[in-house]
Design a protein around this ligand. Sequence first.
Ligand SMILES: Cc1cc2nc3c(=O)[nH]c(=O)nc-3n(C[C@H](O)[C@H](O)[C@H](O)COP(=O)(O)OP(=O)(O)OC[C@H]3O[C@@H](n4cnc5c(N)ncnc54)[C@H](O)[C@@H]3O)c2cc1C
Length: 71
Amino acid sequence: MAAMKIAVVGSGTAGCACASLLAKTYKSQTAAGASVPKVLLIEQGEVLGGQATSSNLDAEKYSASFLNDGV
Ligand SMILES: Cc1cc2nc3c(=O)[nH]c(=O)nc-3n(C[C@H](O)[C@H](O)[C@H](O)COP(=O)(O)OP(=O)(O)OC[C@H]3O[C@@H](n4cnc5c(N)ncnc54)[C@H](O)[C@@H]3O)c2cc1C
């Protein structure tokens, strides 16, 4: 039987959690030898995270290695 394909649209906290949970749940429930479903995370933006993203900083210059983008 062909492996089931699941698409999750959006890589915010909800989408990342959903895709991760689906992949882990199906992986643990799939019997040995059966096809493991493929989970595809689709994001329209350039980075993952949605509203909860951060930018890298020069740690020596700013005494911190990242800055939250609003959250
Ligand atoms: C300034 C600020 C401060 C906050 N502070 C807190 C806090 O202190 N505590 C707290 O719990 N929460 C806080 N939040 C809220 C929290 O960040 C959001 O509720 C959470 O990140 C939303 O996650 P989400 O996955 O629901 O949606 P989003 O983060 O909006 O993600 C949706 C993703 O889907 C993508 N997308 C949408 N449509 C499509 C499409 N058609 N195709 C492909 N991709 C698509 C978007 O590009 C985006 O990446 C804050 C939010 C802001 C803005």
